[in-house]
Design a protein around this ligand. Structure first.
Ligand SMILES: CC[C@@H](C(=O)O)C(=O)SCCNC(=O)CCNC(=O)[C@H](O)C(C)(C)COP(=O)(O)OP(=O)(O)OC[C@H]1O[C@@H](n2cnc3c(N)ncnc32)[C@H](O)[C@@H]1OP(=O)(O)O
Ligand SMILES: [Co+2]
Length: 137
């Protein structure tokens, strides 16, 4: 497990939150991306070494829609960078953590991702992030 890769914030309105974070950080979002498999639209800000991921739900059963319905907008997850996501999943399972997807899935911003259940991590959803390997053409 390396540094924090990003902090994910659940928002109701990505467009409005983009404007808010642009004012807050004094920089524009560097990327917007939809990840249909997660039911989210994302927007990314890089402030020095720190990355913020804003997430808006695109469907009713999206994890973001369910989270906002229960807890309201706010910090949804903390993502850690890992070198080898498969090895890290194996290690964390052996330590007793509940890995929500044992097969890494495609995330945003060119990452492979996996999640740990928040019930086993003091109520905080943890994401593991590995840079997706680039395929030679
Ligand atoms: C854009 C792609 C990617 C990236 O590249 O960065 C992302 O970040 S995608 C982010 C969205 N995707 C995910 O969150 C996937 C992982 N999450 C899940 O699989 C589910 O959300 C969950 C954590 C298993 C919960 O699902 P479910 O059990 O169906 O939802 P409930 O609403 O019933 O919640 C049960 C329970 O868990 C609490 N909860 C839910 N989400 C969170 C959270 N983010 N942080 C803390 N706690 C959370 C929820 O409050 C419920 O608690 P109780 O009411 O006390 O039972
Ligand atoms: Co994320």
């Amino acid at each position: 497990m390396q540094k924090i890769e990003h902090i994910g914030i659940a928002v109701k309105d990505l467009k409005a939150s983009n404007i808010l974070f642009e004012k807050l950080l004094g920089i524009p979002s560097y990327k917007e991306e939809e990840v249909a498999s997660e039911g989210v639209k994302t927007s990314f800000f890089m402030q020095g070494p720190n990355k913020i991921e804003l997430l808006e739900a695109t469907k009713e059963d999206s994890p973001i829609a369910k989270f906002i319905a229960k807890k309201g907008e706010g910090v949804h997850h903390i993502a850690f960078a890992v070198d080898d996501i498969v090895a890290e999943i194996t290690r964390l399972k052996a330590e007793g953590f509940v890995v929500l997807n044992e097969i890494p899935k495609k995330g945003a911003d060119n990452k492979l991702v996996a999640f740990l259940h928040p019930k086993g991590t003091n109520g905080t959803l943890i994401e593991l992030c590995q840079e997706a390997p680039t395929v030679a053409e």
